[in-house]
Design a protein. Structure first.
Length: 233
């Protein structure tokens, strides 16, 4: 990992995250509520272009890229627990903001170790399918609640900009979607990805930025989530 400042990320929540939902992935993987009707497509995930993200964050056999101007921010050695499961890796990545201000973009990454009995391929696929189907009845209020502890966090007006979609490829199986909402910083745009890799680790990656910043940096922000990939040891 590149050198990281030790100061806490300003304005970020440090309580245990609580946006795991339902059964299945609930015990090992944070899955945002998703709503879909009609035919379910599967995105072929890859280490994607464009490639403005020049710095690499590596976690075990998984890595993703982000713009070189962003830095991994220290969080004072907090121990994170998700639904009773210790988080194996936690990173907050953002542009170091001047004193008293907030970064216009925040990336939150976490990984969780596999359950003791591991994941079978059948269990992974069934859980993804079940989660996607089960959430078709979710209300806007439920969607909002599940995005309150993403990178910046939503407090009102959650709307999908790209519908939830299963992903396969680059060693990942999971779900991804994009959205807009109102945060405490004003309107933001975000992408949220959850996936399980062949080593059994569950990963979640949220990229959020205030609306003007996202409009002017869309390519490099889109590239962050799309660059997440697994490399076998």
């Amino acid at each position: 990992m590149d050198g990281a400042p030790t100061a806490p990320a300003p304005g970020l929540k440090t309580s245990a995250l609580c946006w795991i939902i339902g059964a299945g992935l609930a015990n090992a993987m944070a899955v945002a509520i998703v709503v879909w009707s009609g035919i379910v497509a599967v995105s072929t995930w890859a280490w994607a272009a464009p490639e403005p993200a020049l710095t690499t964050y590596t976690s075990g056999s998984t890595a993703f890229r982000y713009p070189a101007g962003m830095q991994v921010m220290g969080d004072g050695g907090m121990v994170y627990v998700v639904n009773g499961h210790p988080v194996a890796d936690h990173a907050v990545i953002q542009i170091p903001p001047p004193q008293g201000t907030k970064s216009p973009v925040v990336v939150l990454y976490e990984s969780i170790a596999p359950p003791p009995d591991g994941w079978t391929q059948e269990t992974i696929q069934a859980t993804i399918d079940e989660t996607l189907a089960r959430q078709t009845a979710s209300t806007p209020a439920q969607l909002l609640r599940e995005h309150r502890q993403t990178a910046i966090g939503c407090i009102a007006g959650f709307t999908f900009t790209e519908p939830p979609m299963p992903i396969e490829g680059a060693g990942l199986q999971g779900l991804v979607h994009s959205y807009t909402c109102m945060s405490r910083q004003g309107p933001i745009v975000g992408t949220f990805l959850t996936a399980i890799t062949p080593d059994g680790m569950a990963h979640r990656l949220s990229v959020e930025a205030n609306e003007p910043y996202w409009r002017s940096h869309a390519a490099e922000l889109d590239a962050i989530a799309h660059s997440l990939a697994y490399s076998a040891p």
